[in-house]
Design a protein around this ligand. Structure first.
Ligand code: RIB
Length: 296
């Protein structure tokens, strides 16, 4: 039995304010909603929970504000078994995401970063967690300089850097040089273009069409299991966190695992609330071996 991978997730944590509606409003239009829910989210927290539910040992590096949302946001990580000792508390508001989910499951999201945007310093304990991890998993809802500093430290200590460059933006060339694995959707792949060419392992998610892998020696396409879509919010995060947990199994098996995680996440409303555990993923894959149940 091999050890579960150690994943350090550096990223955002938000309170998601989710309105469901038949169709989203056009500019200047008011529409009636069909429901409202408040659920913890943030790409970093969602991916941390996804990696944990897929069997990895996970440490979260992030920032909360000092507001009503903060205790619930911390709790969702600890309740999921994510180590939140490196989750600092900064003055001001926590991150908030305003999300509109249409009847077909598509969403639009506005993120107000709050404390995530103030997370600019990594201390010695953060850097030790990065150096100790097998994989550093990052997104772009915190300042790029923080991601770049962590990635540099990770690479210097033999920790694999996996970047999900979302929300997409231009990145410094030095940061690209530290990335070993990138997970992008089709739109991000188009936007990033040539920058991705230098990344050794690139995974492109294609929603219901599954995901494609391009590595130094092979290309692989894995279809997604068919599911009834309720809400796609957090499906990419479920994919990415599950992929990080399964990366050591090799691209083809890791992609199949991640596609199943993403598909299951789309069947329920709410980002962190919809992230499947290893048993559910294994069930969807029809896989009964010990590895697929998250027991390593
Ligand atoms: O990827 C989904 C996430 O994006 C939401 O949970 C929201 O908080 C935003 O960060």
């Amino acid at each position: 039995m091999t050890q579960p991978p150690k994943v350090a997730v550096l990223g955002s944590i938000n309170m998601d304010l989710v309105c469901t509606t038949e169709h989203r409003p056009e500019p200047g239009e008011t529409v009636l909603g069909t429901g409202f829910t408040m659920v913890p989210g943030g790409k970093g927290a969602n991916q941390a929970i996804a990696a944990r539910r897929s069997g990895a040992t996970v440490q979260f590096l992030g920032a909360l504000g000092r507001d009503l949302f903060a205790p619930r946001l911390r709790e969702v990580l600890t309740d999921s078994g994510v180590d939140a000792a490196r989750l600092r508390s900064l003055p001001g508001a926590s991150g908030v995401a305003s999300i509109v989910v249409e009847a077909g499951g598509e969403n639009t999201i506005i993120v107000t970063p709050g404390a995530n945007g103030q997370f600019r310093e990594l201390d010695a304990d953060d850097l030790a967690a990065v150096a100790d991890a097998d994989i550093l998993l990052c997104q772009l809802e915190i300042p790029v300089e923080t991601v770049a500093a962590a990635a540099r430290h990770a690479r210097a200590h033999g920790t694999v850097v996996l970047l999900n460059p979302s929300p997409v933006r231009e990145l410094p060339a030095e940061l690209w040089g530290d990335i070993e694995v990138a997970v992008v959707n089709s739109g991000e792949a188009r936007r990033l273009g040539a920058a991705l060419a230098a990344v050794p392992h690139v995974i492109t998610t294609r929603g219901a069409d599954g995901a494609a892998y391009r590595g130094p020696d092979e290309e692989v396409h894995v279809p997604s299991p068919k599911v009834r879509v309720v809400d796609t919010t957090g499906a990419g995060d479920a994919f990415t966190g599950a992929l990080a947990a399964a990366w050591q199994r090799g691209p083809e098996r890791a992609l199949a695992w991640a596609c199943a995680a993403g598909a299951l996440a789309a069947t329920q409303l709410g980002a962190s609330a919809s992230i499947p555990d290893a048993a559910a993923i294994a069930g969807l894959l029809g896989n009964t071996n010990a590895e697929a149940t998250g027991r390593y």
